[in-house]
Every structure is written in C-alpha cells, then in structure tokens.
Design a protein around this ligand. Structure first.
Ligand SMILES: CC(C)(COP(=O)(O)OP(=O)(O)OC[C@H]1O[C@@H](n2cnc3c(N)ncnc32)[C@H](O)[C@@H]1OP(=O)(O)O)[C@@H](O)C(=O)NCCC(=O)NCCS
Length: 438
C-alpha cells in the first residue's frame, strides 16, 4: 500500500515499529549502564519537566542505572530576591551567607519532595502507569568549604570532597534512582551549598559512569560533536551564554568520563533522541578523539606506509611498492583519528567474475582488539556490495582464524579468479579464504 494512502493509525504503527527497531541496539547497550544526569533549576521550573520525569522513569524501566543531580540556583535566587536577601557572587560562585543557606535548604528540600512526588506518579492512562519507581537520596556527598577567595568569604558555599560511591552503587544495584541535591555535608556536621554541575562531574567520574548528561541551556553556537580539546578551545574563543556546563563537561572528560552530552531544556524529546537515535539531539563532548572510516586519498599514502611497512618487514603482509599504492589508492579504506591512519584495508575488484580481493588488512598494533578490524571489514563489504560483487576472497598467512571468525571459509587456489591464480606465490603458501556477500 502506498504510504500516502495508508490510514493514519497504520502509518503511526509503522513509524513506531520502525523507530523501535532502530532504537533496539541502543536499548541493548544502555541496559545496565550508569548515567549521571544533571538537571538545572530552570529545567525543573520549565513546562517540559513533567515529560522529562516520564523519560527518566522510562530509562529506569529499561535497566539504566540513574543518578539524578538537581540544581536550584534559579529558585534560590528568586526566593532570595523575594525575601530581600542580597544575592552575591564571587568568581561565579554564590556567597552563601546564613540567610541564603536557610533559603537554599528550604528550596532544595522542596524540590526534592516535588521530584520524588512526580516519580511516584503512576496513575493508569499516563506514561508512568505501573512504573513503581523507587528513588533514594542521602548523605552521599561529603563537602568542604570553598573558603575565602581574594578576601571574600564564600561562607556556606562548598566543594565536593568525597562521593560515597559504594552507597550509591548499592542503591543502583537495587534498581533505585539516586537523587542528589546540590548540598553536601562536612565531617564537622555542617551543610554546604554546592553546584549541581560539580557534584554531577565528580559523581560521574568516580562512579565511572558511561555517560554524564547536562540538561539546561541550549548551546546553538557549538558544533554537535566536539572532542575535549575542541571544547577547551570553544571555552576560550566563543562568547557563551553559559559556560558552566561546557566547563563541567571538559572537567568531566579530563576526569575520565568518556561521553558528556549537553541537552537543551526547551527541546521536549531531547533526552530520548540523544540516547536512542544515531544523530542525537544535543552536543556530545567526547574524551576520545573522533575517528572516521573513509576511502583513502593520495595524501594518506605516508600514513598507510607507516602502518604496513613493519608488517611487510615481518612477512605478515606482502611487500607493496609505493607506486602500486598510488595507482590503487582509491581501492583503500582507512580509519583515521586526528590525522593518523590507524587501520587500512584494500578491495581490488574483478568485475567480470563479480569477485573482490580483500588485501592489506592492517590495524595499528596500539589499536588492535577493539573491533576496528571488524568495522573495517564491514566498510569493505558495503563497498563490495555497492560494486555488485558477490564474493570476497583473501590470502593470508597469519590471520586465518581471524577471517574464519569474520565469516570466511576455506577455499582452494583453483577458486581464485584466473588472473590471480597465475600470480599465486607458492613459496608464501598463503591460505585462501572466501566469503559470500549474497
Ligand atoms: C587481524 C587484524 C586486522 C585484526 O584487527 P583487530 O582490530 O585487532 O580485530 P578485532 O578487534 O576486530 O578482533 C579481535 C579479535 O581477533 C583476534 N585476533 C586478532 N588477530 C588475530 C589473528 N591474527 N588470528 C586469530 N585471531 C586474531 C583477537 O585475539 C581478538 O579476539 P577476542 O575478541 O577473542 O579477544 C589485526 O590483528 C592486524 O592488523 N594484524 C596484523 C596484520 C594481518 O595479519 N592482517 C591480515 C593479513 S591479510
């Protein structure tokens, strides 16, 4: 049936089914993962907050281990203004005097109750029907005073001293959502007001969380994906509306968190889009440099030679002259990371036989064992299929088992295209392996 004439319900079901199928790999990979999600005070005050709560409940149901750190800066400032309490900042940190601490304790307590109430909502005919979310909060953050900076006493403003990761892990193991307020307690029994971003960052790095997600201001001035180095440059170069979260993201990456996401509080579906779609919805700051897999160009020859020459010298790969590489460079696929070639493979097609030779498969020794070889092979297979080839073969002396595990099967020299058969090097005695692409 043509899509245009499909009744709306059928179309809706088809779209939902397709969405679910595309989301399946993400659902599998997020199960059991730990996400620390920092939600600022303005997000809590926004109209989208109820939807966000539903989405957090859904993540919990899907087996994601969730730590939610909430901020209250916006609400505390509002209340201080209402009570005529001066709001004073020094070096971007609030000076929390006795009066502001009183306000902070009340507001932070209220917000916690509201979040707990929202997470308890489970009426039928709502997205949270039967959700049964349990959430837990406690003295998980030990704080110490920031102290006096440039002569200004920040009073009850604190910084993270320790996170009780063991206690948090125990709650997560029970399937509970851990809710952390922007407060910490000192061993002397005092309460300190902390930034939610700082707690989230410390928590994510100490818990070795898979992701740290900040929900707050939009950063439309930033690219969708950045390495930590690019994020550091952006902090210096770009006029940011709010650089707290980007700075926290950089700090988190430097403290070992692999992926930090910045999401716009105004975008209703940002969290689910970011986690369950390939393109995401926010800004991803990655501790690792980004890698690309692409067709090689003549500029890659130096990098490819650096990669394969040691393997040629040890006899693992057949020697190739530079001219030969130059002539067939468009047959090569390379994986590049920050200008360095990490891996390469070549596909030499024999169009009339609909067969391709896979050759020169190499992953830099520092990067082996992380499925890059497998990814490279997938890229080559896509290319072979695009070229309408139906079979791949490879000659190998030392990686037979690796190719067998990639779906190749043993073949005979007589199975090779005649042009290749006549060139077969009997002294090298390589195994012949084939893989059908049909
Ligand atoms: C073979 C090669 C491309 C695999 O790349 P890779 O990125 O390390 O591979 P993957 O991460 O996808 O797979 C790793 C798995 O393959 C196994 N493996 C790696 N090289 C292997 C080999 N030569 N023989 C058998 N198994 C091998 C690893 O032990 C690992 O197994 P595990 O998953 O049980 O731990 C890489 O080892 C390499 O460059 N080798 C030297 C060059 C070479 O032999 N090329 C083939 C010539 S045609």
């Amino acid at each position: 049936m043509n899509d245009k004439i499909k009744p709306p319900l059928t179309q809706f079901i088809a779209t939902t089914t397709s969405w679910f199928r595309h989301a399946a790999p993400y659902i599998h990979s997020h199960r059991g993962a730990t996400f620390v999600i920092s939600v600022d005070g303005e997000t809590i005050a926004s109209n989208n907050f109820d939807n966000l709560i539903n989405d957090l409940a859904l993540l919990n149901s899907l087996g994601v281990r969730l730590v939610i750190v909430y901020g209250a800066r916006h609400q505390i400032e509002q209340q201080c203004h209402q009570n005529n309490i001066p709001v004073q900042y020094h070096q971007d940190l609030r000076v929390t005097d006795d009066d502001s601490l009183k306000v902070a304790k009340t507001i932070i307590g209220q917000i916690r109750l509201e979040i707990e109430a929202k997470l308890s909502f489970s009426l039928p005919h709502t997205p949270m029907a039967d959700a049964q979310i349990r959430c837990s909060s406690g003295n998980f953050v030990t704080a110490q005073p920031v102290g006096i900076i440039e002569g200004v006493d920040l009073c009850h403003t604190g910084q993270v001293r320790r996170i009780d990761t063991k206690a948090i892990e125990q709650q997560l193991d029970l399937g509970n959502i851990v809710l952390l307020p922007p407060l910490g307690y000192s061993p002397t029994g005092e309460i300190f007001n902390l930034s939610a971003e700082a707690i989230a960052t410390a928590c994510a790095s100490q818990l070795k969380a898979n992701k740290l997600i900040f929900i707050g201001d939009a950063h439309s001035e930033l690219p969708k994906e950045m390495t930590v180095v690019q994020a550091e440059d952006a902090l210096m170069d770009i006029e940011l509306t709010n650089s707290h979260t980007l700075q926290a993201a950089v700090d988190a990456c430097e403290a070992g968190v692999k992926r930090v996401h910045l999401l716009d509080r105004e975008q209703d579906d940002a969290l689910l889009q970011e986690l369950f779609s390939r393109d995401g919805a926010g800004i991803l700051i990655s501790a690792m440099a980004f890698e690309t897999t692409r067709i090689a160009t003549i500029n890659d020859i130096g990098g490819i030679l650096d990669l394969i020459q040691p393997l040629e010298q040890s006899g693992v790969l057949v020697k190739r002259a530079r001219e030969e590489l130059e002539l067939h460079i468009e047959n090569f696929v390379v994986m590049e990371r920050d200008g360095t070639i990490l891996a390469c493979a070549a596909l030499h097609p024999y169009h009339e036989h609909k067969v391709g030779e896979l050759a020169c498969v190499a992953v830099s020794s520092d990067y082996r064992g992380s499925r890059r070889g497998e990814q490279l092979l997938t890229a080559i297979q896509h290319q072979a299929i695009n070229l309408k080839l139906t079979e791949l073969y490879v000659l190998t002396t030392q990686a037979t088992h690796w190719f067998l595990e990639q779906g190749f099967v043993a073949a005979e020299i007589s199975d090779l295209p005649v042009e290749k058969r006549t060139l077969y090097n009997y002294q090298r005695n390589a195994n012949v392996l084939m893989k059908s692409l049909l």
